[in-house]
Write a protein that binds this ligand. Structure first.
Ligand SMILES: [Cu+2]
Length: 172
């Protein structure tokens, strides 16, 4: 008997809920409808499969890192990276002076500017990014870079000292 009462209560509450909610948007005029379709149905056409190739998918237009050098600043569109992923560095010298671009341990860690340059993972010489020029280079952080102390920099001492340095992080 209790079961029946309980079931009746549920049915009653469901009915009340249904009655309590007005039908949605029934009064809206149908002005947003497009013109009636004139195309014949195309459901019989087979779906177009993408061409199968051996090329990796992530190498075209992906993973671009924009680096902007000026006198004497360095900016990057991102400073966190993943080991094993190929990034395309797009480096522009917007300054009036020559700058180089490096991915290197800090001078304070390496011990000297020459040591930082010698231990750099990537070096783009100043001749490759003269004022107004843009240089593109692909680079993949090795697993050994994970957790290391690294930075983007211009390794010209006066430029480095005046702020052409940007700490980065590399994760697995
Ligand atoms: Cu510089």
């Amino acid at each position: 008997m209790k079961r029946i009462v309980f079931a009746l209560l549920i049915v009653t509450s469901l009915a009340l809920t249904a009655c309590g909610s007005p039908a949605p948007a029934a009064t809206e005029p149908a002005l947003v409808e497009g013109p009636p379709p004139t195309e014949p149905p195309t459901a019989t056409q087979p779906p177009v499969e993408p061409a199968a190739t051996d090329a990796p998918l992530a190498t075209v237009g992906g993973n671009e890192v924009v680096i902007t050098l000026a006198d004497n600043t360095i900016e990057a569109s991102q400073t966190s990276f993943q080991a094993g992923v190929t990034y395309t560095f797009v480096i522009t010298n917007n300054g009036n002076r020559l700058h180089n671009f490096n991915i290197n341990p800090p001078i304070s860690v390496a011990g000297s500017l020459d040591a930082a340059l010698a231990q750099a993972l990537l070096v783009v010489n100043k001749e490759d990014i003269e004022p107004g020029e843009t240089h593109r280079v692909d680079f993949t952080f090795p697993a050994s870079a994970v957790g290391g102390t690294l930075e983007f920099s211009c390794l010209i001492q006066r430029h480095y000292d005046s702020g052409m340095v940007l700490a980065i992080t590399v994760t697995q």
